[in-house]
Write a protein that binds this ligand. Structure first.
Ligand SMILES: [Zn+2]
Length: 318
């Protein structure tokens, strides 16, 4: 039995994966990272005890997915950009190993999602693909010849931090105009809030009853489906940025598919725009060579946890 934990900015999710790769247990708790490392460690321990209770003595190894930069060689967390400063330098893996007495394997959360899709989801049978996770940020992963690519320092696959607009909005990574600043859930919501604040006649205003705090990417999707031109323009902007980023990926890696997951990907409207954009704008190769399938991810919010468990399983002999 392998335990996968996804330490997210808002929730910690845990799953147990059996030897056949089936999820036999899943649970989540709110992270509350601002309460400090000890409080979050207590929640991690509670999730582990809870998972272990149903299958005592069967836990072999733990995979821990984190939303940040890792030093894969030294097995250390280098940066958790969305966590408070008090987390800086906290030896997360060592603490978890001490508490559990188990070996802990670290992986970036989006790379974990790519690993889940590769082994158990939409990527099965596809040897080369890109994964984009459109959520609070835009995560990415690259699979080539059936292998998850981590690069020379373990940070390959940061597809969300491709610069699409050099003079664009400031990104959490310090650059300007990254894909994440245009196509993440908060980026789409911010664009909608700007439309509302300009007093434009949009259906989105009605959908949130004039309360901008209720605006999110689902509202934009709903308005677009119902023909609201302002919502459609926002999603077109996000889709164009995604198409440009995917075109870059095609030029460098020639993947057979792009798997898109995350909450924002539930917008069928956005995915259709991306598909149409790719069909009309991928001109680098004849379509028989450069065509790429846009596929929806199988795993939803537990993708990182499932991938972390699968990662732990794959590392058991290392
Ligand atoms: Zn960035």
């Amino acid at each position: 039995m392998f335990l996968g934990i996804d330490l997210g900015g808002t929730h910690i999710k845990a799953v147990l994966l059996n030897e056949s790769g089936q999820v036999v247990h899943e649970k989540q708790l709110a992270t509350c990272a601002s309460e400090g490392t000890a409080a979050v460690m207590a929640k991690l321990s509670a999730l582990i005890v809870d998972a272990d209770r149903g299958f005592p003595g069967e836990l072999q190894r733990i995979g821990l997915a984190v939303p940040g930069v890792l030093d894969q060689e030294r097995k250390r967390v280098v940066l958790l950009p969305n966590f408070p400063d008090s987390w800086h330098g906290f030896e997360l893996r060592e603490h978890l190993m001490l508490v559990t007495g188990q070996e802990v394997e670290l992986i970036n959360d989006a790379r974990a999602a790519a690993f889940a899709e590769l082994n158990l989801g939409a990527g099965r049978g596809i040897s080369d693909f890109l994964l984009l996770v459109l959520g609070t940020g835009v995560g990415g992963g690259v699979v080539l010849k059936g292998e998850l690519i981590l690069g020379s320092r373990g940070v390959a696959g940061e597809l969300g931090h491709q610069v699409i607009q050099p003079d664009g909005l400031l990104c959490g990574c310090g650059n300007r105009g990254c894909l994440e600043t245009i196509a993440s859930g908060p980026a789409i919501a911010s664009a909608a809030i700007r439309v509302l604040k300009q007093g434009l006649p949009t259906l989105m205003r009605e959908l949130v009853q004039d309360d901008v705090s209720k605006v999110n990417s689902s509202i934009v999707d709903e308005a677009a489906v119902r023909g609201d031109r302002f919502a459609i323009d926002i999603l077109k902007g996000a889709a164009n940025a995604l198409v440009q980023a995917i075109r870059n990926g095609i030029a460098i890696l020639n993947p057979g598919a792009v798997i898109i997951g995350g909450g924002v990907a539930r917008s069928g409207f956005l995915l259709d725009l991306v598909r149409r954009g790719l069909e009309s704008r991928v001109i680098l190769f004849p379509s028989t060579l450069g065509g790429v399938d846009v596929v929806e991810a199988v795993f939803g919010t537990y993708a990182g946890a499932v991938g972390a468990a699968a990662w732990a399983m794959s590392r058991r002999t290392s």
